[in-house]
Design a protein around this ligand. Structure first.
Ligand SMILES: [Zn+2]
Length: 309
């Protein structure tokens, strides 16, 4: 039987937030079985924000979680690293309002979790096995999950820009594959969008140090980590968002030009189809969340390129 994992010791990392541009620090500590991944803010109430789908308050350009107005922004790269390494339970104290961008990829979080070490808990892991197909989205941008023996992601990214173009990648996402093929892929964004993003309080910490910046014709960074780094980063984000289910998924995700808002739609559809408790809680969850924000997020989903920022 597969057992749940947490980490062995406390570890910290600091940097600046990709969107806020503000300094932030995270401290990761071991957490008991069945607690899941929980963020703790440094507000006077020390608000606990569970990394669960019902805590998603914003999905424009990043995944933001919140409880009672206290928020933690850009959780997806850390979530992807934890999920891929099989870390089920973790307490993440956040000084600041955003997880630090580090180098824009999940690699620094992988290193941090390895430095903390894994600890086994005496409680079974409960994989979420997909037994029939589910699809969300429309003709141009969609996500589908199909039954499969492993957790697999096949992604097509289609961006009308000479430096990106059409990229397709498919991985069986074991820990090793994630660490070697997915985690190092960095956030990307288009130079032409930077002004508008910053005016909206986004991308203020973005730089060539933590973002692959696409200029008018070419990438401005000295080099890419992979020829198809863009689609690999989309896979990274998707893995991070799926982790909000709180259980390892056994299924094959097939994606085209998705983004955080669509990822969350799939997460909700999976929960409603395969987690019986989710169905009975559905009305409550809807009432507690911000239905207007969420619907707007879905309708105004940004273009695939910027969605990765
Ligand atoms: Zn990302």
């Amino acid at each position: 039987m597969d057992l749940q994992l947490t980490i062995r010791k406390r570890v910290t990392a600091e940097g600046i937030g990709l969107h806020s541009g503000q300094p932030s620090k995270i401290t990761l500590s071991p957490a008991p079985a069945d607690s899941g991944i929980v963020f703790r803010a440094t507000d006077p109430h020390r608000t606990l924000i569970p990394a669960r789908r019902d805590a998603v308050v914003d999905s424009r350009f990043a995944t933001t979680l919140g409880v009672n107005g206290t928020r933690v922004r850009t959780v997806e790269h850390l979530m992807a690293a934890a999920a891929a390494l099989g870390i089920d339970n973790l307490l993440v104290e956040v000084e600041g309002e955003e997880i630090p961008a580090m180098d824009g990829s999940a690699e620094p979080f992988v290193s941090l979790l390895y430095a903390a070490g894994k600890a086994t808990l005496v409680a079974p892991r409960r994989p979420l096995v997909i037994t029939w197909p589910i699809r969300v989205g429309d003709d141009g941008r969609w996500l589908q999950i199909l039954p499969s023996e492993d957790f697999r992601v096949s992604y097509t990214l289609d961006v009308d820009h000479p430096a990106v173009g059409t990229q397709a990648a498919s991985f069986t996402c074991t820990e090793q594959v994630f660490v070697e093929q997915v985690a190092p892929a960095r956030t990307y964004g288009f130079l032409k969008d930077v002004g508008a993003l910053r005016n909206n309080g986004l991308a203020r910490g973005g730089s060539l140090e933590n973002t692959v910046v696409v200029g008018r014709r070419a990438v401005l960074n000295t080099r890419l980590r992979y020829r198809d780094e863009f689609v690999r980063h989309k896979i990274l984000d998707l893995i991070g968002d799926l982790a909000l289910l709180g259980r390892p998924v056994v299924g094959h995700v097939v994606a085209r030009n998705a983004g955080h808002a669509l990822n969350h739609q799939l997460v909700n559809a999976i929960a409603e189809a395969f987690i019986p408790e989710a169905r009975s809680n559905r009305a409550t969850v809807r009432a507690l969340s911000h239905p207007v924000d969420r619907l707007e997020g879905v309708r105004r989903e940004p273009l695939p390129g910027i969605a990765a920022l």
